[in-house]
Design a protein around this ligand. Structure first.
Ligand code: GDP
Ligand code: MG
Length: 211
């Protein structure tokens, strides 16, 4: 499992991030999970957002990878705990373990791959079945840089599916960074209140017990 922070501060190792006790959790902390079919760009979106990097030969995610980044909303710092899950079918049950405590979910499909769009629905279903919070969903059509040559899901299609279900919607390119900051800003702003505080209704305890 990979683990990576946005600064030079030591990052949590796998064990720490999985077993962090409640006292390590600050009040202004939000858990965000990325879900969706393998290859749609979840890890690339995360890497671009957290580190400002893009890597064409990015490694396939095994299980899930943890990142964090601090975002300032209305003058208040919010620590985002970002869990980038693996989208391959054999990791589906593993991904579900990471939904607990999530306040926001980024459900990604590839705008050049219709199947990944159709599959987004089943990822959302699994997410809702396994989350214990009123999770705010943002549907993301990624690989916008390929829109001119290879688009197979129209913007209207993605948008109307999202609107019908009350999800946020954005198209991004992890490659060019288009709308990547905007995606996280939009999602976090939808979750926190006007004072930049995380509502108490969110269970920030994202401990995972390994048995
Ligand atoms: P994941 O399995 O959902 O985590 O997908 P990855 O982030 O591993 O990306 C899968 C492949 O798609 C990699 O070769 C990436 O370089 C490529 N990719 C990811 N995002 C983009 C994008 O925005 N544009 C383009 N053209 N390729 C992308
Ligand atoms: Mg990945």
């Amino acid at each position: 499992m990979a683990c990576c922070g946005s600064s030079d501060k030591p990052c949590y190792n796998t064990t720490d991030s999985l077993t962090r006790s409640k006292h390590a959790v600050t009040s202004n902390q939000l858990k965000i999970v990325l879900v969706g079919q393998g290859g749609v760009g979840k890890s690339s979106i995360t890497l671009q957002y957290v580190k400002g990097q893009y890597n064409e030969y990015i490694d396939m995610t095994i299980g899930a990878a943890y990142f964090y980044k601090t975002l300032s909303v209305n003058g208040k710092d919010i620590k985002l705990d970002i869990w980038d899950t693996a989208g391959q079918d054999r990791f589906r049950c593993v991904a579900a373990m990471f939904y607990r405590g999530a306040a926001g979910a980024i459900v990604v499909y590839d705008i050049t791959d219709k199947e990944s769009f159709l599959g987004a629905q089943s990822w959302i279903k699994q997410l809702l079945q396994n989350s214990n919070n009123p999770v705010q969903i943002c549907l993301v059509g990624n690989k916008l840089d390929l829109a001119d040559s290879r688009r197979s899901v129209s913007k209207e299609e993605g948008k109307s599916f999202a609107e019908k279900n009350g999800y946020l919607f954005v198209e991004t390119s992890a490659k060019t960074a288009e709308n990547i900051d905007g995606l996280f800003n939009q999602l976090v702003r939808k979750i926190v209140n006007a004072d930049g505080e995380v509502p108490a209704s969110y269970d920030n305890d994202n401990n995972i017990t390994l048995t």
